[in-house]
Design a protein around this ligand. Structure first.
Ligand code: XIL
Length: 486
């Protein structure tokens, strides 16, 4: 697809006009543990979040604080989703409307609700040319540089330890032009193309436990120039040690515009050593055509181990930013659409997410047929199989529990290559904390846990595993853990 079916920049004022042009503006995320645990072995899960959790993934929705007084909206969110992205509330214009004065009231409303339900939270977004307050445009280069860093520090600092992944930079690449062309913005004009790297470095320092994503639209086709540009940037970041953990495919699509190589595209990004998240999925259309498109996108994600979750950009067509395209899974009355059932079935058919990330080379052959798997959903005990990070994976199992505490064993497994050194991370659903740990080294504290190998168990042969263990305070929990190795 050489064209960009997407609203070229999601700016609020532009939405109405652009929507008419959207032949297909076309993204996703979630925490699954509690829900997964409630699915009996071998049974199909009955909600999107629980179904995604069975393969260690999340299924999220964009939520607008302004609709949280609609009880059906909140009930549907709570029932179906185990992750959330604030739709507008964390953007620069909402969080820092005037320089140095920060407001988090609306975003906090979403975050505290999500936390009370044990949901994963995606932070969206720190550096973006849209929904940017006008004061930013008037700054000198050096002022802009310090304002950008200050914005990242304050917003990430406010939510430190609570965010699963941040969209650090949003929509920086141009829609036309040669591979690697950035969109002209106040950031490129004053800071040069290096602003992206600067933002990622600042973000890592501000919250070392959050995954840092680059997020964009029209990077769904494996061969599109824009996709190649983002691919090359991530490859370069990885080669030079610039911190980046994930790429977000917004995937604002229409029924006819899901690229045939969509799965191959996810696989090629994953092969660079980053997670892939579908971050803003909506697919204009209706009926079986829309359902088929949603099925294909879902299967493309579940077929790639490092595709860790999907977020739909809203719950109901009624409140969608593209409501005229009826692009979501629930109609205006919150009834489940055909697309909903297609997604639920595809999630339930996913195989457990245990294999190491594939090492497919970028973009060659047509995409393999998506998930052929039609068998019943896998057994979910003891914990959802985690997404694979790097060359290793980790699974947490509760081995004992008592009022106010529990004991767990974490199995760290190498993929198809040997691992030399590993780091396992997870976020507690609520209130848990490690009281003692063995066979590993813990760093940091609070709800986000990081455990690296002990001096004697960092080397794991291909396909083999090692374990570490801990006792913890709070109620037994088996959150999804990620594993990375240098
Ligand atoms: C959209 C919101 O859904 C609208 O409510 C708002 O008016 C404009 O922004 N890309 C993004 C999202 O990264 O933040 C945009 O969200 C959609 C396009």
């Amino acid at each position: 697809m050489g064209e960009n079916p997407l609203p070229a920049d999601g700016g609020r004022r532009l939405v109405g006009t652009r929507r008419l042009l959207v032949a297909g503006a076309l993204g996703v995320l979630g925490t699954a543990t509690a829900l997964a645990a409630s699915v009996p072995a071998g049974a199909a899960a009955g909600t999107l979040g629980a179904a995604a959790a069975q393969s260690g993934r999340y299924y999220g929705a964009a939520i607008a604080a302004g609709h949280m007084n609609d009880s059906t909206y909140v009930a549907t969110w709570d029932r179906e989703f185990n992750a959330v992205t604030p739709e507008n509330e964390m953007k620069w214009d909402a969080t820092e409307p005037s320089r140095g004065s920060f407001r988090f009231t609306s975003a906090d409303q979403i975050v505290s609700h999500a936390q009370s339900k044990g949901m994963k939270i995606r932070g969206h977004t720190l550096v973006w040319h849209n929904q940017l307050p006008s004061w930013v445009g008037g700054l000198s280069a050096s002022d802009l540089r310090s304002a950008m860093t200050n914005h990242i520090n304050n917003v990430m600092g406010h939510y430190k330890g609570k965010i699963y992944a941040w969209d650090v930079v949003n929509e920086a690449f141009a829609d036309g032009g040669a591979v690697g062309t950035l969109r002209s913005s106040v950031f490129t004009q004053k800071l040069g193309n290096g602003f992206i790297e600067e933002a990622f470095r600042a973000a890592r320092a501000a919250d070392p436990n959050a995954k840092l994503c680059y997020n964009d639209y029209n990077i769904d086709d494996a061969n599109a120039n824009k996709t190649r540009g983002v691919y090359n940037m991530i490859k370069d970041f990885k080669a030079r040690g610039v911190p980046i953990d994930c790429v977000g495919l917004q995937s604002h699509l229409s029924s006819g515009s899901v690229p045939s190589n969509y799965q191959q595209n996810i696989a090629q990004f994953a092969a660079l050593g980053v997670d892939v998240q579908i971050t803003e999925l909506d697919i204009g259309g209706s009926g079986s055509a829309q359902a088929d498109a949603y099925r294909r996108v879902t299967q493309a994600c579940t077929a790639v181990p490092r595709c860790t979750g999907i977020t739909v950009w809203g719950i109901t067509d009624k409140y969608s930013w593209r409501s005229g395209d009826t692009p979501l899974l629930f109609d205006g009355n919150f009834n489940k659409k055909q697309a909903y059932t297609a997604v639920l079935d595809a999630l339930n058919a996913a195989t457990p997410n245990t294999s190491p990330s594939p090492t497919t080379s970028p973009n060659t052959s047509p995409s393999p047929t998506t998930s052929p798997n039609t068998s019943p959903s896998p057994n979910t005990s003891p914990s959802p199989t985690p997404p694979v990070g790097g060359a290793c994976s980790a699974t947490i199992e509760t081995t004992n529990s008592w009022p106010g505490g529990f004991q767990s064993t974490v199995t760290v497994r190498a993929g198809s290559s040997a691992v030399n050194g590993w780091t396992v991370k997870w976020t507690w659903p609520s209130g848990q904390s490690i009281s003692s740990l063995w066979n590993g080294t813990q760093s940091g504290s609070g709800s986000s846990v990081t455990v690296s190998n002990a001096p004697y168990n960092g080397s794991i042969a291909a396909g083999s595993s090692t374990t570490f263990g801990f006792t913890a305070n709070g109620s037994a929990a088996t959150p999804t853990a990620t594993c990375t190795s240098p």
